[in-house]
Design a protein around this ligand. Structure first.
Ligand SMILES: Nc1ncnc2c1ncn2[C@@H]1O[C@H](COP(=O)(O)OP(=O)(O)O)[C@@H](O)[C@H]1O
Ligand SMILES: N[C@@H](CCOP(=O)(O)O)C(=O)O
Length: 308
């Protein structure tokens, strides 16, 4: 029985103003996958097992990716896929994206398809479309290529990885707010039209963030971790965001973003940041609001494609 395994790390999308573009792959949570051929002869059949029961075991984003690849490459074997994930589902940490990347990378390896990285990402996006009704590429790109990733255009796909300066770390802050089809629903909150001034400011923020990541300039990163459009549209659902940001900033964090479509947040830290005090202050804050949350230190992580 031929079998392949691999780990895919979680991702935070929409870094600063980089909606559907900038992503970070980080180490706090991950998904371990195992894919095997149980019988060479068809028709295609996939046995699926997962430690999570948050989604349909018979049809989910991981299976959507396998089916698409199998269709394109005329694969008709009996397969078995097992995913063991620590990524909380629907919290803004790219759980469906990681499952999709897992399928894409494992199919590539199991059948020696020799897919270039852009094809791995394109196939993974079928899983995102299954989960959220949109082919957004930011989470799957981050989990595939790692570190700080940017999607510059979808067709043709232009992507690039940037190494995050060594002194930068993160705290993943995850309020336990459970909502069905969260990303799909939160995409409906986005405005159709945007005042010109806000667009100009957001362009400034994203340029500043990218320049800060490349040069390690703290001030450019700090300024660049802002967003006048998407975050503001979604903030009505996440009223803790302003308070959590101010707790992090008063303890010298570089900044804080809403991770993906929320409710998770990603706090950017460096040697100046008092992480211990942030943990204490956040525990006190969420207790006072009677809102459960989890918090985990996290570091930039390599992508699933480059580790293979
Ligand atoms: N294999 C999968 N892993 C995780 N979530 C999946 C999977 N397949 C489908 N989903 C669905 O995707 C949704 C989670 O994805 P999404 O809303 O994008 O949240 P997030 O990316 O923040 O975890 C849930 O509704 C879940 O049921
Ligand atoms: N760009 C997407 C990112 C969704 O990330 P998720 O981890 O919340 O699924 C969006 O903002 O809709």
């Amino acid at each position: 029985m031929k079998s392949v395994t691999g780990r895919v790390y979680c991702s935070s999308a929409n870094i600063g103003s980089g909606f559907d573009s900038f992503g970070i792959c980080h180490s706090a949570f991950f998904s371990d996958g195992n894919l095997s051929i149980t019988e060479e002869q068809g028709p295609l059949k996939i046995d699926f097992r997962s430690n999570l029961n948050d989604f349909d075991m018979l049809e989910n984003s991981a299976l959507a990716v396998i089916r698409k690849i199998a269709e394109d490459f005329e694969i008709i074997s009996h397969l078995s896929l097992e995913l063991n994930s620590t990524i909380p589902v629907g919290m803004g940490l790219g759980s469906s994206g990681a499952a999709s990347v897992s399928s894409s990378v494992l199919m590539n390896e199991l059948f020696s398809l020799d897919l270039p990285v852009n094809e791995i990402i394109k196939y993974a996006s079928y899983g995102e479309n299954f989960a959220s009704g949109s082919f957004h590429l930011d989470n799957v790109t981050a989990s595939t290529i790692g570190n700080f990733s940017a999607v510059f255009s979808e067709s043709p796909l232009r992507i690039r990885k940037f190494d995050i300066p060594e002194n930068i770390g993160f705290i993943s802050i995850v309020p336990q707010i459970i909502a069905r089809n969260k990303t799909q629903e939160n995409r409906k909150l986005l405005p159709e039209m945007i005042p010109f001034k806000k667009v100009v400011r957001n362009i400034n923020f994203s340029n500043s963030l990218l320049a800060g990541i490349i040069t390690g300039d703290r001030d450019l990163m700090e300024y660049g971790l802002d967003d006048q459009i998407v975050e503001q549209a979604r903030m009505i659902k996440y009223d803790f965001l302003v308070d959590v940001r101010s707790i992090c900033k008063r303890n010298n964090a570089i900044g804080l973003i809403l991770s993906g479509a929320g409710p998770a947040m990603l706090c950017f830290t460096d040697d100046r940041t008092d992480k211990g005090q942030i943990r204490k202050d956040l525990t006190h804050y969420f207790q006072s609001r009677e809102l459960d949350f989890i918090m985990a230190d996290s570091y930039p992580s390599a992508g699933a494609y480059e580790r293979n």
